[in-house]
Design a protein around this ligand. Structure first.
Ligand code: ADP
Ligand code: ADP
Length: 232
């Protein structure tokens, strides 16, 4: 079974004449220990799909499965718990808390979940990400690339069932972006981490093991082991 799956997922915003069918019956599975990119034009439903699979939004019908849990049937209280304890997030705008140091930001999700950090994994990831010398700094003292690497550590240190990355390179120059993507690709292989990334950038999608394309709220195709040419 996939780590995460959508089964005939439908999301309608609004009602009547102005209703928008953002997802029009999406069925797709995201395999464990794979780095998948979701691509598609603006308005094709990428964010909506990710939000429904991450328990940030509730679908209209169908199933949004995380392990054995159908997120379309859970209360807000349960969804908050699921997001906190089972999912890692990487955002376009980093979303670090400005008053906390890099280290405190990385450890915050574990603290909120009442869990202890795996110190070996923390040291290993922060070293591989090249941020050990920055751990006592606040986000305002870090470059964009460093902030995103802190956010990547924050998402991976708890070893969540899945990491969702929403346009993770959208605010980075191409070199910092490539570093982050290469790191994600390597940690998927090394840690067996499942990562699902939404992007409209073919250069970013080319780092993934698999690309799922959306168009008009439906799955329009997929590419395994993408080359840059196959996703442009
Ligand atoms: P694909 O790669 O073609 O999407 P998967 O093996 O990921 O295939 O999933 C095949 C089907 O199995 C999904 O469409 C879904 O119906 C079902 N499925 C996948 N993961 C789960 C799960 N965690 N729980 C229940 N059903 C699942
Ligand atoms: P993408 O991420 O691929 O750009 P979205 O998932 O954001 O696509 O949007 C899919 C469709 O749903 C678009 O037509 C968009 O305008 C619409 N949509 C998204 N969010 C909302 C919302 N909160 N209310 C109404 N329509 C929305």
């Amino acid at each position: 079974l996939a780590a995460v799956a959508a089964v005939d997922l439908v999301k309608v915003y609004g009602s009547g004449d102005t209703a928008v069918r953002a997802l029009d019956g999406v069925t797709v599975g995201f395999t464990r220990a794979q780095f998948t990119a979701i691509m598609g034009p603006s308005g094709s439903g990428k964010s909506t799909l990710m939000h429904c699979l991450a328990g940030l939004d509730t679908a209209t019908s169908g199933q949004a499965l995380l392990g054995g849990t159908d997120l379309t049937r859970q209360s807000d209280r349960v969804l908050t718990k699921v997001r906190r304890e089972r999912i890692g997030f990487i955002f376009q705008s980093f979303n670090l808390l400005p008053q906390l140091t890099a280290e405190q930001n990385i450890l915050l999700p574990l603290e909120l979940a009442g869990r202890k950090a795996d110190r070996k994994l923390f040291d290993h990831l922060t070293e591989s990400l090249g941020i050990t010398a920055r751990l006592s700094h606040r986000p305002s003292e870090l470059s964009g690339g460093q902030q995103q690497r802190v956010a990547v550590a924050r998402a991976l240190v708890p070893r969540p069932e899945v990491v969702f990355a929403d346009e993770p390179t959208g605010n980075l120059d191409s070199r910092s972006g490539a570093e982050v993507l290469l790191f994600l690709r390597n940690s998927v292989r090394e840690l067996g981490q499942t990562v699902v990334m939404v992007t409209h950038d073919p250069a970013a999608a080319a780092y993934a093991d698999r690309v799922v394309m959306l168009a008009d709220g439906r799955v329009a195709g997929e590419v395994e082991r993408p080359s840059l040419a196959s996703v442009t």
